[in-house]
Design a protein around this ligand. Structure first.
Ligand SMILES: Cc1cc2nc3c(=O)[nH]c(=O)nc-3n(C[C@H](O)[C@H](O)[C@H](O)COP(=O)(O)OP(=O)(O)OC[C@H]3O[C@@H](n4cnc5c(N)ncnc54)[C@H](O)[C@@H]3O)c2cc1C
Length: 352
């Protein structure tokens, strides 16, 4: 079949690559440059999403854990295992027992993974791993493993593989209209015809349908997440409870520096996708809470827009699941995580 994929984020690139491997002729259209939007503004984790277990999303976590392993095998030079510690404090909202059960389930859902299983670390070991960490009320911590990647470079690697499989990639090519008969309209007004058109435009999926006069089968909640890069090394990756909240922040080693994120702020599609002063203060307050004596500067900040299928009032509890819908020859993707991009591509290929 002759297929158009619209969107050059990780989901569009994986779809294009997967379809080309099945023998389809694929053209991918990206309105700016590939991997320039949400997919390069992630927390850079290939993970099952431990905290989604609290929302009982066992299916999603299991799928993501399988995909985590697949990425680590597929591109070992751009993705590697990372040790993460969850420090447990007496004053924390989650008890040691609850976290232990969660990690037991996480390990179980991971099945035969090459990554080590989680284990308990005594208080002193946690403090040795992260000098300067607030010791007040610290009981110890759990260590577990996930994958870490260079999201931008890994996406370019996928694009390279897609190209080798025959995908034609058109950058700076905005699609202004799609239709269920398989036609797409470029910004220049030129119309091209395909057997199938895949709308994989992430946060912009509903907008493209509306601009085309097509009712969207699903709605998206757009939730901005911001990160800061601090100019100090991060000796140990950690998952930290935001004091007084159930939210979790990541503190991760990133190219010799510290990556700190993330936030959850609902916004409209036309609002700027930028870290606000409030988000910056929020992130820094949490970091200073845990490392009160740390000296550092903020070197960089970046933000992305999560395309979440509309559901829960609280973005923290909204599902990270994705959905693939079909209207005639038009297939649309809603939601999804970086980690699950390849299994999403599998489902979109099935939907062809
Ligand atoms: C703060 C944050 C942290 C995250 N952390 C993680 C994580 O650690 N691990 C994980 O697994 N997931 C994570 N995610 C989720 C993950 O990053 C996203 O789900 C994923 O990147 C979405 O990819 P996408 O290809 O669907 O969208 P995008 O990457 O946004 O790609 C869509 C593309 O479509 C293009 N486009 C839009 N409209 C048009 C048009 N009309 N014509 C042509 N092109 C168009 C856009 O320019 C864009 O390049 C995170 C998300 C956020 C926001």
């Amino acid at each position: 079949m002759n297929i158009a994929v619209i969107g050059g984020g990780i989901n569009g690139l994986c779809c294009a690559w997967r379809m080309a491997r099945s023998g389809h002729r694929v053209s991918l259209y990206e309105r700016s440059g590939i991997m320039r939007a949400t997919s390069s503004a992630s927390s850079k984790l290939l993970h099952g999403g431990l905290r989604y277990l609290e929302n009982r999303e066992f299916g999603l976590v299991k799928e993501a854990l399988r995909e985590r392993s697949a990425w680590l095998e597929r591109a070992p030079e751009l993705a590697h295992p990372v040790s993460l510690v969850i420090p447990v404090y007496r004053q924390g909202r989650r008890r040691r027992f609850t976290i232990g059960i969660g990690l037991f389930i996480y390990d179980f859902l991971a099945g035969e993974s090459a990554l080590p299983k989680s284990s308990w670390l005594p208080r002193q070991a946690v403090l040795e791993r992260s000098p300067g960490l607030d010791a007040d009320g610290l009981v110890g911590g759990y260590e577990f493993f996930d994958g870490q990647m260079d999201d931008y470079q890994l996406g370019l690697w996928v694009a390279h593989q897609a190209g080798k499989s025959g995908v034609s990639i058109f950058e700076n090519s905005e699609i202004v209209r799609v239709d269920p008969q398989g036609a797409i309209t470029l910004g220049s007004g030129e119309i091209r015809h395909f057997d199938r058109v895949c709308n994989v435009t992430g946060p912009w999926a509903v907008r493209l349908l509306r601009a085309s006069g097509i009712a969207s089968p699903l709605e998206l909640d757009l939730v901005r997440g911001s990160h800061l890069v601090l100019n100090v090394p991060c000796p140990q990756a950690m998952l930290l409870e935001v004091p007084g909240e159930r939210r979790i922040l990541f503190v991760l080693p990133w190219k010799g520096k510290t990556l700190l994120g993330t936030t959850e702020v609902r916004q409209l599609l036309d609002d700027p996708i930028e870290c606000s002063a409030e988000e910056r203060s929020y992130l820094l307050a949490v970091f200073r809470h845990y490392w009160p004596d740390a000296e550092f500067d903020v070197e960089q900040q970046f933000s992305g827009l999560r395309p979440l299928i509309r559901g829960h009032q609280d973005p923290n509890r909204t599902t990270r699941e994705y959905a693939v819908t079909r209207q005639g020859s038009l297939i649309s993707v809603f939601g999804g995580k970086w980690t699950t991009a390849m299994s999403l591509a599998e489902k979109v290929t099935d939907a062809l």
